[in-house]
Design a protein around this ligand. Structure first.
Ligand code: AMP
Ligand code: GLY
Length: 419
């Protein structure tokens, strides 16, 4: 029987813990730091996700068989490298492989060199040169700060004034730190998330999902960490999926092997179905959030076997998936992604007929309260996304808390016309 440590404390980690709890091989799950919802399924330990030395000590002390890393921050500080150095089994990419997410320039250069379809681009560290290039190109301009900026490093500027302001922030005022900017051609079409288990050149695809990044219905309002997701995606044909696997995900995994930084973990392709075919918008080096919350409930295979194989550099083989659709609606604190209050009481979660994954909650004197921007996600099943959406909306209405908001149109793109 196996003992597992999950690193992180959001909805993604709750879904990972939930999937592990379905494995007959897993006897004990710890989660660091976890949250109030995760605490019902795992033992939470108060260690920060980036405190690598403390996590190492804990894993050794508790004879952990496998550690699974959720957040990118832990990858970027080299948690996988350190655990491997110490001979401990860990699921996630090394710091060098995680550059596919942490450095936009690394990712774009790799794609260019290996002929992987992505928007044309140029990289700048000089403000005037960047501005001159943007002026010479059609609008909108896509400006990406090179580095992790918690989703805030990408600006799609519709006017020259907006582009100028963003370039000033990124290159003159060092708003995110001192770095470079990738200026990309603007692509159009529906976006989707393709996550694969990757061990070196072995690639095992998961089912597809679509995130909803804008705060409000109709894709309006500011970008967020994700307000909901669903799976599968009726707007994609089997040929699209085959193209994404054979022409994008597999070649990238092979390229990383050839570049001397083989990837182990979840490689996440943020892809777009453009009129010119499927193109890469970005890569992540980890499970997506909230995609994981709708994808893992569809996994039939034993996730421990997959994690163990990938962590050991072995082929995880073919994974089995349920046919039903899943759809998740995120409840977020009023004001998010801007400033918001914490500590509002939440009731009704035990009445939900579906799964509730906690994202930012805490227990205060035995009461469940909000403790983050995204608070929880309610995930329901259906024969198709439309049915799952109706179910999820009916269930979300059972949650009592007047400080939360959510989108009512998650999944609508699946059964209305594509945007
Ligand atoms: P990223 O952090 O790279 O995923 O970018 C955030 C969002 O910006 C994406 O989800 C897209 O909606 C948008 N975006 C990024 N790159 C492009 C592009 N080349 N063309 C159009 N939209 C883009
Ligand atoms: N849902 C987008 C992400 O995890 O980056």
């Amino acid at each position: 029987m196996k003992r597992v440590l999950v690193v992180g404390g959001g909805g993604r980690e709750h879904a990972i813990v939930d999937a592990l709890s379905r494995s007959p091989q897993v006897e004990k799950i710890y989660c660091a730091p976890g949250n109030a919802g995760i605490a019902r399924q795992a033992e939470c330990v108060p260690i920060k996700d980036t405190d690598v030395e403390e996590l190492l000590r804990f894993a050794r002390e508790q004879s952990i068989d496998l550690t699974v890393v959720g957040p990118e921050a832990a990858l970027v500080v080299g948690i996988v490298d350190r655990f491997r150095e110490e001979g401990l089994r860990i699921f996630g990419p090394t710091r060098a492989a995680a550059r596919i997410e942490s450095s936009k320039e690394f990712a774009k250069n790799l794609m260019e060199r290996y002929g992987i379809p992505t928007a044309g681009y140029r990289t700048f560290d000089d403000y005037e040169a960047a501005l001159a290039y943007v002026r010479s190109r059609p609008l909108p301009a896509v400006l990406k700060y090179d580095g992790l900026a918690a989703g805030k490093g990408v600006v799609v500027a519709a006017t020259m004034e907006e582009a100028e302001e963003a370039l000033r922030d990124m290159l003159l005022d060092d708003k995110f730190g001192h770095g470079r900017v990738v200026v990309e051609d603007y692509l159009t079409g529906p976006e989707f998330s393709f996550m694969c288990f990757v061990a070196g050149d072995k690639v095992s695809p998961m089912v597809l999902a679509q995130d909803h990044k804008r705060a409000f219905d109709g894709d309006r309002g500011p970008n967020t960490g994700g307000m909901g997701a669903y799976s599968p995606l009726p707007f994609l044909a089997p040929e699209d999926e085959a193209f994404a696997l054979e022409r994008i995900m597999r070649p990238v995994a092979e390229a990383l092997v050839r570049e001397g930084c083989p990837f182990t973990g979840v490689l996440y392709g943020g892809l777009m179905k453009t009129p010119q075919g499927i193109q890469v918008i970005e890569f992540n080096a980890r499970f997506g959030d909230p995609e994981t919350e709708v994808v893992l409930p569809r996994l039939k295979s034993d996730i421990y076997d997959i994690f163990r194989a990938v962590a050991d550099g072995e082929d995880p083989g073919r994974t089995e998936w349920h046919d039903f659709a899943t759809l998740g609606v995120v409840l977020a604190s009023e004001g998010y992604p801007g400033s918001y209050e914490k500590g509002a009481e939440i009731t009704g979660t035990e009445q939900i007929d579906g799964v509730v994954y906690h994202m930012g909650t805490a227990l205060r004197e035995g009461r469940l309260v909000t403790a983050g921007g995204r608070v929880m996600i309610v995930v329901c099943r259906g024969e198709d996304p439309e049915q799952a959406r109706l179910k999820a909306l009916a269930e979300v209405a059972k949650i009592g808390c007047d400080r939360l908001f959510y989108r009512r149109d998650i999944g609508c793109k699946a059964f209305l016309r594509e945007k």
